[in-house]
Design a binder for this molecule. Structure first.
Ligand code: NAD
Ligand code: MG
Length: 301
């Protein structure tokens, strides 16, 4: 695999990027992830589920028996449609069908909702619509994120600053606020921070700051809801090969060596991050809350 050798070709797409047009196409576990009923009966909302880490999480959770609804942007329809095509084929191919029975290890439902998380109303509607389509909601996986590299703080416009925080931080507040009344004992919320929260790159000032806020949000919220039996954790990925990196998130002149500075000497694939989200939503992690889980190729947080 190209990333294991650790070099990438220059490539640039408009935000937010389409992963099917990347070279190489990120590995989201389409061909490899095998489920084992670890999330049977769970009803999951994954934001930014069309591509990258969110797509890998969606595939993994669906194959673990969950019903999954993703959010995505209109310009990502191509990635979202290909995911729908993949998962709907799996529903058809399973003998039992549905999340309620049979021997299938696939979820029963896959749903997609298009919209922009910078809009508070969309965040609220997304929760309601997910609940309606899945017949309930018990698992939030907040993956959507905005990352726009700029070398100097003077280049970060107010518009960029606002949008970074709207997508990465404020949407979490809106979604959790709307979802919390529906969650109950055993529910989980998993956010997505980054190694950037702990050692921010000079060219990701606003992004790193927003990812620091996600750490604080996760820790604080976990204490607020622990008495209800709801667990809140965050995944902190290191460099992972996804559309965010080739659509302005990472400097083009550094792209060829993306991930090289990890002890493992390469970028990760989304398929290598997804199992951590499965763990945090599953009964395997019942004593974990308020914590940050690195998947970084050996870099310390
Ligand atoms: P990605 O581009 O595949 O996913 C980001 C997703 O965010 C997009 O698919 C899009 O659906 C969503 N999004 C962005 N702006 C949005 C908006 N205004 N409204 C609705 N949705 C919007 O890239 P990824 O790397 O898989 O990113 C997933 C998460 O992982 C992000 O939070 C990112 O910060 C985080 N992360 C990525 C890396 C990495 O190296 N790729 C490292 C650490 C953390
Ligand atoms: Mg995408």
């Amino acid at each position: 695999m190209e990333t294991k050798e650790g070099t990438f070709q220059k490539q640039q797409q408009d935000v937010p990027g389409v992963q099917s047009e990347m070279n190489p196409v990120p590995d989201c576990g389409e061909e490899t992830y095998k489920g084992n009923n670890r999330l049977r009966g769970r009803r999951v909302l994954v934001t930014g589920g069309d591509s990258g880490i969110g797509r890998a999480v969606t595939i993994a959770m669906f194959r673990e028996g969950a019903d999954v609804c993703i959010s995505y942007l209109p310009s990502e329809k191509k990635d979202a449609d290909s995911l729908k095509c993949l998962l709907e084929k799996e529903i058809k191919n399973t003998s039992g069908g549905g999340s309620g029975g049979g021997t299938t290890t696939c979820g029963g439902k896959f749903e997609m909702i298009q919209g922009d998380l910078t809009c508070e109303k969309f965040c609220k509607d997304l929760v309601e619509e997910t609940k309606n389509r899945l017949g309930g909601l018990d698992t939030l996986v907040l993956v959507a994120g905005k990352q726009c590299a700029k070398n100097c703080i003077t280049e970060i416009t107010t518009e960029q600053l606002m949008e970074t925080f709207q997508v990465n931080v404020f949407s979490m507040f809106h979604i959790v606020k709307a979802a919390l009344p529906h969650l109950s004992k055993g529910s989980t919320i998993t956010t997505t921070t980054s190694i950037e929260a702990f050692s921010g790159s000079p060219f990701l000032l606003d992004y790193a700051t927003s990812k620091g806020a996600i750490v604080s949000f996760t820790q604080s919220l976990s204490k607020q809801v622990a008495h209800r039996g709801i667990r809140v954790n965050s995944v902190a990925p290191g460099p992972v090969w996804t559309p965010i990196e080739i659509s302005g998130g990472y400097p083009q002149d550094k792209l060829s060596t993306f991930g090289k500075n990890t002890p493992m000497g390469r970028a990760g694939q989304p398929s290598e991050v997804a199992p951590m989200y499965v763990f945090l939503a599953s009964c395997d992690s019942t004593y974990c809350t308020g914590d940050i889980f690195p998947v970084t190729g050996g870099k310390h947080l």
